[in-house]
Design a binder for this molecule. Structure first.
Ligand code: C5P
Length: 231
């Protein structure tokens, strides 16, 4: 087992939960991410001695010794991640790829068009930034922060989970990718999960599970700690 102080002196940022992109003051576009895996990762890092900043949309109880920053949208999450000088960033949050082009200032009415009381509004979406890709770009040739991404993949007739994950790792340019199979009620909000850890530039895959989210978190830090020493 790793020493409890393996992350002492290391500043870790973990993002967790699904972003909520407002449509109006009472409605948002969201997703099914519970935040549980990110919280387990933050908890495990704190137990190993790290200074931990958890940037979250979730209302789960904050793990002991973790600094919580609450956000709602992808843009807020990006602003907060970018504001920290971290040694490791773990992007466990499910960041919305799109947001409504504008959020109405007042609640959208059922009969929003007086000329046609049966009409339904059209929501125009715009792209959110890819926060992880932007962190990779900002890092440039620096060794820090070590960057960890997540990939929720289903696999389909064009390829399997691992080949999609490998392609995503190389495309995004992060150091470690945690790939998990989703769909059919798997993973989101569940207490057990199977994940595959892929390192950039290495063909090896570490498969963990079926495991608790705490066990996945431990395996993640076991994989990150050597990266902190080699760079
Ligand atoms: O490309 P995909 O969305 O599957 O990549 C998932 C990874 O990228 C996760 O680590 C997620 O936190 C991150 N991501 C991001 N910004 C986005 C979308 C995803 O940082 N707009």
């Amino acid at each position: 087992a790793p020493a409890d102080d393996a992350l002492t002196g290391v500043h870790v940022v973990v993002t967790a939960g699904g972003t909520r992109e407002p449509l109006d003051p009472v409605r948002y576009l969201g997703n099914r991410s519970s935040g549980k895996q990110g919280y387990a990762i933050a908890d495990a890092a704190a137990r190993r001695g790290a200074k931990v900043t958890l940037i979250s949309t979730s209302t789960l109880p904050t793990p002991a010794g973790v600094d919580l920053v609450t956000v709602e949208t992808a843009l807020q999450l990006q602003e907060q991640v970018t504001a920290v000088r971290a040694d490791v960033v773990v992007m466990a949050a499910a960041v919305a790829d799109f947001r409504p082009a504008e959020a109405a200032g007042t609640k959208i009415k059922k009969t929003h068009d007086p000329a046609d009381p049966d009409a339904a509004p059209t929501v125009r979406l715009v792209r959110n930034p890819d926060i992880l890709a932007e962190l990779v770009r900002q890092r440039g040739d620096c060794a820090r922060p070590v960057l960890v991404g997540f990939a929720a993949e289903t696999g389909d007739e064009h390829g399997d989970l691992l080949s999609y994950a490998r392609a995503k790792l190389e495309r995004k340019g992060c150091d470690l990718l945690v790939a998990n199979q989703v769909g059919d009620g798997l993973t989101f909000g569940q207490d057990h999960t199977t994940v595959h850890l892929l390192r950039r530039g290495s063909p090896e895959v570490t498969t963990v599970g079926p495991a608790t989210k705490a066990e996945v978190a431990a395996a993640l830090w076991d994989a990150v700690i050597p990266l902190l020493h080699t760079s």
